[in-house]
Design a protein around this ligand. Structure first.
Ligand code: HEC
Length: 163
């Protein structure tokens, strides 16, 4: 009788002891795995992958060659900057030099893209890669943003003036 009870008690104790161990083991594993995938996505965000900006090159000919009707509009740069600050800066940074979520739009890939290609990217987004669709923004406003982006130009080169 007594020996039976002690046997029962010891087996109960051993399962009781094992359970928290098992649970904490599994929790550790989950936390660890999450840590790894978090670190991976953070790293992916930091170093721009070769696919960044790839969408610009995919613009169909019809769009790529389209002229910006507001390219010479003197008010378009200021209007475009306002729109940019309201809609785009949150991801691409206040000065379009890149932010936590979006790449720099002063990069060569963007500055050398045709206005039509940029307009096409705005219209269609790169949704699977985190760039929203802006087709709800009226066309003239999209062109104003394009004019503003184009006004940024490539990183400054020394100004050679002859006087
Ligand atoms: C929610 C964040 C977010 C907002 C808001 C946003 N973008 Fe982006 N944008 C991104 C990301 C992320 C990419 C990179 C996509 C990729 O990897 O191709 C991107 C890419 C781009 C590109 C390059 C296209 C390419 O092939 O990557 C342009 C041009 C651009 N954005 C312009 C804009 C403009 C202009 C606005 C405002 C109207 C805007 N974005 C708003 C996140 C954003």
């Amino acid at each position: 009788m007594t020996s039976n009870m002690t046997l029962n008690m010891t087996s109960n104790i051993s399962t009781l002891r094992l359970q928290p161990l098992l649970i904490s083991g599994i929790t550790c594993l989950i936390v660890f795995c999450n840590g790894i995938s978090f670190a991976q996505s953070a790293a992916a965000n930091k170093s721009k992958s070769p696919q960044t900006y790839a969408e610009l090159a995919k613009a169909p000919e019809k769009w790529r060659t389209r002229e910006n009707p507001l390219a010479a509009d003197p008010d378009a740069v200021a209007a475009g900057r306002k729109l940019f600050e309201g809609h785009c800066a949150e991801c691409h940074g206040e000065t379009a030099s890149g932010g936590r979520k979006g790449p720099s739009l002063r990069a060569q890939e963007v500055q050398q893209a045709t206005p039509g290609a940029i307009f096409w990217v705005l219209t269609n987004g790169v949704v699977r890669r985190g760039m929203p669709v802006w087709s709800k923004l009226p066309e003239p406003q999209r062109w104003q943003i394009v004019t503003y982006l184009k006004s940024l130009g490539l990183p400054a080169t020394p100004n050679v003036t002859t006087k």
